[in-house]
Design a protein around this ligand. Sequence first.
Ligand code: ADP
Ligand code: ADP
Length: 228
Amino acid sequence: MIRFENVSKRYPDGTTAVDALSFEVRAGELVTLVGPSGCGKTTTMRMVNRLVEPTSGSVLLDGRDVAEADAVALRRRIGYVVQQGGLFPHRSVLDNTAAVPLLLGRPRAAARARAAELLELVGLDPAVFGPRYPDQLSGGQRQRVGVARALAGDPPVLLMDEPFGAVDPVVRDRLQREFLDLQGRLRKTVLFVTHDIEEAVRLGDRIAVYGEGRIEQYDTPAAVLGAP
Ligand code: ADP
Ligand code: ADP
């Protein structure tokens, strides 16, 4: 479903962030990208939705080079979750969650009804949390809204960049459990960036272990942990 073919990225200042990367993510599979800061995980992820253009090589989504897709159409098919939720500070939680359906031209009432459903899905009562603003939420609640917003357009693909990185361990544990449960039902094709190997092992169907600019191992959690 997502396929990297010999992809390299060199930034204008000469930094090679990713070097000759080739790997594939199957439909419905959750792949975690794990490794220390600066090894190219975010760059890899952002080449899927074209926030970053490869210097060479191709990124294919359903067999088609994303470089040839219309960027807006492409991003409709790809939900994007960033650390701290990436919410609009001056919009309510409900309107943040409804942002994508509204952009897609859904009528306001329908977009808000869908947003309320999505807030339920991520464990937030829309009557309580819908009218609040992002600064009236805890870190974990903001992350939940970020996930709800990314799901709003029913994208088959999710890109998640350290989505649970900014919360304490107890909250992270809960978010991970809830997200696994959700993913079990929704079966999105997911790329999930983390620097936490425990998180990578817990969530990933497969794990891409990064060294500097490259994937050093790409396998199941059991294989990465060295089980027979
Ligand atoms: P990670 O997500 O693993 O922390 P990144 O993909 O963010 O890694 O970064 C990989 C390398 O590319 C790092 O050396 C980083 O400093 C560099 N880099 C990232 N973005 C840019 C940019 N816009 N311009 C120049 N260098 C960048
Ligand atoms: P930053 O990390 O620079 O603070 P973000 O990572 O939150 O910002 O967003 C980067 C850009 O991605 C923004 O310009 C935003 O409009 C865009 N963006 C938002 N949603 C999506 C999406 N689903 N797919 C691709 N890009 C998106």
